[in-house]
Write a protein that binds this ligand. Sequence first.
Ligand code: GDG
Length: 473
Amino acid sequence: MNRLIVVSNRLPFALDSTGEDLWTVTPATGGLVSAVEPVLRERGGTWIGWPGIAGEIPREPLAKATRNAGYKVVPVALTESERDEFYYGYSNEVIWPLFHDLQNFCNFEPAYWQAYKDVNVRYAEAIARCAQPDDFIWVHDYHLMYVAQVLRKLGSRAALSFFLHIPFPPYDIFSKLPQQQQLLRALLQFDLLGFQTRRDVRNFVQCVRRVRLNAKIAPRRDLQMIRFEKREIRVGHFPIGIDFDAFENGARSQSVAAKAQQLRSTFPGCQLILGSDRLDYSKGIPERLRAFRTALEMHPELRERVVLTQIVVPSRVQIPRYHEFKDRIDRLVGDINGHFSTSTWLPVQYHFRALDRDSLLAHYRACDIAFITPLKDGMNLVAKEYCACRIEQDGVLILSQFAGAAEQLKPDAMLVNPYDVEQMADTILAAFRMSHAERTARMRRMRRVVRKEDVFWWVDSFLKAGARFAKRF
Ligand code: GDG
């Protein structure tokens, strides 16, 4: 197997300053890292990315903290203004909301585009410095869609692959993007483009068709082929998975079992419902809280019989919109608890912080129902992690029909429209009432899918698809 070079905006390690010449290095959280880290740890290679601080990167602390990572870590530095315009700006105020169909949240500030291109040049140069001819170069996610364009300009003929972790929007939404032509052209400089779901592939191909790039599309059963500027680009869907065994074994451990038991005994006679998300408006947290409130209003049998545990992991808190969004969640939680709580029952348990791994797994194990309702999501790993940790083979998954995971889990998850608060409220009741036999039958089937199509299966199928074209070089 060729050497693997993973390139993503963030490294799996976050560097932080705690005073003059004092640094901490902590593992970064988030879906991309959860999925890709175990793979590099297992097979080795190189990870190129930004450690999360603006300005010069102190080499020593990062090198020391990553010495035993199992792979080489190559940091890319960003200045403060690059962080603001490339990361907070183009990536998170333009592409992120637009690709989640939330165009009203976009800030199409023209200056952001130049910063996006400039920083993509920085990453491309880092790749060019590290890569050898036979390496498998795998670029990840929406921050780095312009990298292949730069590498081709630098004369690279290397095989370049790209995976998009977030959804790709339909043409009607994509066409709002001022740089639609440039971005699609840049993406078509890769040799392999991977998306999470069939829906994303369909949307991408539709955009290539409608934006009129003079590209020819040859539909195929597995990988679609696009001819563009005398090159052939393969496009396919590769639903990302999780390290199933690691979650299952973790959930079985004594420390997790004890924590789960403790959680359960804190709420006797109640079914526990779990929500767990990064702080992000795409995750549908306010809609979920409103649905929970509606469920308590419409279905009194749920009162004092259910508890919603909502974990919100702080993320992008420097962006004002995220700040306002947190205030909104705080108010909704306060409102529900103020309205319904009794002397012995608090309906919403709310944690605004990242939990350590054991506590997260204990929540997966202890909660009877997972309530995962993003407005749109590339995949949503929390849904899969929940299934992997249900070692007693029970538990109900209520899942947004707009999460990528719904494509794989739809026969057995209870699918909901996250914009339909009343339907979600009714679904909470149906989940609450679901018999043990039905819960078990559904969870068994979901666990089978999540186990079979795990993160190593995902990487293998992507690398296999890549190997087919890499041979030509
Ligand atoms: C992007 C796409 C796609 C959550 N709470 C805690 C914690 N987490 C971990 C979970 C999970 C990860 O964060 C979140 O992953 P998601 O997939 O749900 O969401 P994004 O971060 O938005 O990821 C997404 C993913 O990329 C992969 O392609 O599925 O659609 O948006 O792994 O376990 N981790 C810790 N404490 C917590 O409290 N330690």
